[in-house]
Design a protein around this ligand. Structure first.
Ligand code: FES
Length: 118
């Protein structure tokens, strides 16, 4: 958390969920999953550590995010636009399709990377 008076940067995050599209403003130091939950958008999750892939989403457009809080995230994941929402912090406006755990596990297996629960 920043100190009082420190400028807080927000980014517009659009979530394309199975029940429709929702847009919210997410602070740069917030995890997107938590920001969504605070708005009543409950997304899948298990570990909340960036390991299990349950919360996976995928970018629909180019965008920047910080995934350094994740326990397990690879350059190949980023190349394919996969994002672990439980531990991702926005660095630009983002447009994200949610509920992509199945696709991310398939992709990981194809690339010889860890794919828990698959
Ligand atoms: S909830 Fe496990 S990776 Fe996000």
């Amino acid at each position: 958390m920043g100190s009082a008076g420190e400028e807080r940067v927000f980014h517009r995050v659009t979530l394309l969920t199975p029940s429709g599209e929702r847009t919210l403003l997410v602070r740069e130091d917030w995890h997107i999953w938590d920001a969504a939950q605070a708005k009543g958008i409950i997304l899948p999750a298990l570990c909340h550590q960036g390991r299990c892939l349950t919360c996976a989403g995928q970018l629909e457009d180019a965008g920047e995010f910080d995934q350094s809080d994740s326990a397990s995230y690879f350059p190949a994941d980023r190349e394919a636009g996969f994002i672990l929402l439980c531990t991702a912090k926005p660095r630009s406006a983002l447009r994200i399709r949610t509920h992509r755990q199945h696709e991310m596990r398939l992709y990981r297996r194809r690339h010889g990377l860890p794919a828990p629960y698959s």
